[in-house]
Write a protein that binds this ligand. Sequence first.
Ligand SMILES: [Zn+2]
Ligand SMILES: [Zn+2]
Length: 364
Amino acid sequence: MKSKAAILVGFGRPLEIEEIDVAEPRENEVRIKVAASGVCHSDLHAAHGVYGGNLPAILGHEGAGIVESVGNGVSNVAAGDHVIISWKPACGHCRSCLRGRPNLCEGAAWADCGRMKDGTTRYSSNGSDVLHFGGVSTFTEYTVVPAECAVKIGRDLPLVPMSLVGCAVTTGVGAAINTARIVAGDSVAIIGCGGVGLSSLQGARIAGAKTIIAVDQSDAALSLARSLGATHTINSRCDDPKRSIVEIGNGGVDWSIEAVGRQETMDLAVSILNRGGQAVLAGVARAETMVSFKPFVLVRQENAILGSYYGSARPHTDFPRFANYYRQGMLDLDSMVTPRKLEEINEILTDLESGANGRSVIVF
Ligand SMILES: [Zn+2]
Ligand SMILES: [Zn+2]
C-alpha cells in the first residue's frame, strides 16, 4: 500500500516527504490509517540524534486513526475500529508488566532497533528498508504497529484531539494523577507549558488542586495556561520563579511538575517544595543532565523527587479514561491543538525548538 511519509535520512537534517510502501500487517500486528499525529519534543530529540538509532526511519509517535486491517492472532481490535496508538509496547509477562506497570516493560527492547518484533520492517522506499520509530511511526498516512499498541476508543470521539492522548496527554495528565497523587486543595506548580505541561495542568485541575501556578517563558503559552485553569502565571524571563512560587504558596508548593527536561527547570522543581512537597520530573532530559538538591532541606521537610515515564500509565485503561475526560468536557484538548500538514513537518520541528505554544498536530 502506498503512503506519504516524512522520513529522517540523517541526524540533524530536514525530514524528507516521500511516497513509501507499507506492507501488510503480520502476526499480532495491525495496519492503521493515521488520522492525526501530534509532533512532540521527543521527535525533535530523535531527529537530532539524541537517542541514536538506525536510519532511514519514519518518526512520530503520538497518533490516532482507524484500523485498516489486522494480522493473524489479533483479537483486541478489528478493521474499522478507532484507536489511539501507544508508543510503549508491553510484553505482558516481564516483572514490570506483572506488577501492573507496563510503562516500564523491559521485554520490548526490539522496538528500539527500529524494527518489528520479528526483526523486519513494514516500510520500504524503492525496495530499500525504511525503519520504524520505537515500534510505531505516525508521520505517515498508513502505519503498522504491534496489536498491543492499538488502544480502541469510542467512534464518537474526534481523532484529531485524541491523537494527543498517545503521548502529551498521557505523559502530562498521568504525571499529575498517576505519578503525583494530587488531592483537592493542594497547590501545584507546572514548569513548562508545552503539550505535556498544559496536560499536567489540566490533570491538576481535574484532581481538584486549589492553586495552580504555571511557569513558562512565553506569554502566549501562559495565556493558554490561564484559560486551561492556571490560577497564577509566571513568565520566568521577567520574574524570579522561585521567589514568586514560594511567596504564592506560602513557603512552597505541595507538588511541582517539571515538563521541560532541562537542568535549571528540574533544579527549580526541587527547590520550590513546601514541607511534605514532592517534585515530579516528567521532562525528557539528556543522559548527562544532573540535578542538585539540598539533603538538609529534603530530610527535614520530607520532600521527595519522583520520575514519571509515560505518566505511569497503563495505556489500555488510561487512554479510554482520558478520552472520557475529554468527552465529559473536563479535559480541553481542542484549545491545545494547532492543525498542520505533513508537508510542514520541518517548520513544525523548528517551531518546537523555539518553544512555540500548544501542540502542532499533523492532520492527514
Ligand atoms: Zn512524545
Ligand atoms: Zn513487559
